[in-house]
Design a protein around this ligand. Structure first.
Ligand code: PMP
Length: 389
């Protein structure tokens, strides 16, 4: 099978927006599409499709170290977050989340709580992006909380949330914990036998699977009020009706397996390249700042503010590098990154910030190209703006 390496085009450093498909995922998805079968049909073709889904469920569960029966396939992390929060909020009580969550959590939380004033608690973050948990502990002590939803890793800065103590405190109060682990899964190991999270969302396209496929992990024994988003034929134990996306799910499974097997080697290699990228940029470009707790980040992400160089202009001057201003979901929108604002950055600083995100297929050559292009582009934009003043 031909696999078009992303190295053939621009240096692709936007893995947090989406990762290139892993060859294993392409192979599995195509193999599924080349055969016919509805996973719900009882004849042989249907059973073959169901077998592909079963395999993928085991592969996704293998990546998380959970049981296949705890996986509900969805159309992605946005749907998984919606499903988790909708059901968990129906338990009754407040929904607690943080100011730096992805819109797939924040907007869902706002919508769910809009008719119950005071039922949403949004935790602030410190300048390094770490969540300030004091209001959470107070709300837990007051017995007010239905569900705590905190992301495992931030999509813009890569900052990691230390979930274990949060889970422990929530469980002591009898409260459910959901984590949007979209940016963590497939990038760093996660062991759900060790961490007692109740609900967890993931998305296949962030680690080399197809776009439009994800999953919600629901820990066995967690009894959620039945609140599906999509009703119909009762697939996925009634939580997600609709003919299963067999090819997409097969691709997600194969990507999970490939990530599971290579994570331990990939993560440190990617971290070294990220560090080289940061060192190259900081050395050659003055007046820049790396955002987020340096020692508590995903290996492949860096968010850098180049003061006096608006990110849209910088990125437009370096077409040979694919990186992103803020997050992909908000780029193009006029509002600055809510994550950086929550970390106390000014609007101008947020608008002058670029996120580079690396992944399994990133090469040192990509990093060299990115350093030289970014240095050139930032100098050019700063010089142009200074000249215009
Ligand atoms: N959560 C986070 C942290 C994300 O980064 C993303 C993707 N940008 C999502 C949720 C949404 O994922 P999906 O594209 O699968 O809907």
């Amino acid at each position: 099978m031909t696999f078009e390496s992303p190295a053939a085009g621009p240096a692709y450093l936007d893995y947090n927006a989406t990762a290139p498909a892993r060859p294993e995922a392409l192979e599995a998805a195509l193999a599924a599409m080349r055969t016919v079968g509805n996973a719900s049909s009882t004849h042989r073709s249907g059973r073959e499709a169901a077998d592909r889904v079963d395999l993928a469920r085991r592969q996704v569960a293998g990546l998380l170290n959970c049981s296949p029966g705890e996986i509900i396939f969805t159309s992605g992390a946005t749907e998984a977050n919606n499903l988790a929060l909708r059901a968990a909020f129906a338990v009754g009580g407040r929904l607690v989340t943080s100011a730096v969550e992805h819109p797939a959590v924040l907007e869902t939380a706002k919508a769910l709580t809009s008719e119950a004033p005071g039922s949403l608690l949004v935790l602030p973050v410190a300048a390094d992006g770490l969540v300030d948990l004091s209001a959470l502990y107070a709300a837990l002590a007051a017995g007010e909380v239905a569900v705590v939803s905190l992301m495992a890793a931030n999509n813009e800065t890569g900052v990691l949330t230390h979930l274990a103590p949060i889970v422990q405190a929530a469980h002591e109060a009898g409260v459910l914990v959901h984590s949007d682990a979209t940016q963590l899964v497939g990038r760093l190991p996660i062991d759900l036998a060790e961490t007692d999270i109740d609900l967890l969302s993931l998305s296949a396209h962030k680690f080399g699977g197809p776009q439009g496929v994800g999953a919600l992990f629901v820990r066995r024994g967690v009894h959620l009020p039945y609140r599906p988003l999509i009703f119909g034929g009762g697939q996925e134990r009634g939580w997600r009706a609709g003919t299963l996306n067999v090819a997409g799910i097969a691709g997600a499974g194969a990507a999970s397996e490939a990530a599971r097997l290579s994570l331990a080697d990939e993560a440190p290699r990617i971290a070294r390249m990220r560090d080289a990228l940061e060192a190259g940029l900081v050395e050659q470009i003055g007046d820049c700042q790396i955002n987020g707790a340096m020692d508590r980040r995903l290996p492949g992400v860096t968010s850098i503010t180049f003061r006096g160089a608006p990110a849209d202009a910088v990125l437009a001057s370096m077409p040979d590098v694919a990186a992103s201003e803020g997050s992909a979901c908000s780029s193009g929108a006029p509002s600055p990154s809510h994550v950086l604002l929550a970390m106390g950055r000014s609007r101008e600083e947020a608008d002058s910030t670029i996120r580079f995100s690396l992944g399994y297929a990133t090469t040192s050559h990509d990093i060299e190209r990115a350093v030289s292009s970014t240095v050139r582009a930032v100098r050019h934009v700063r010089a142009t703006l200074t000249a215009a003043m």
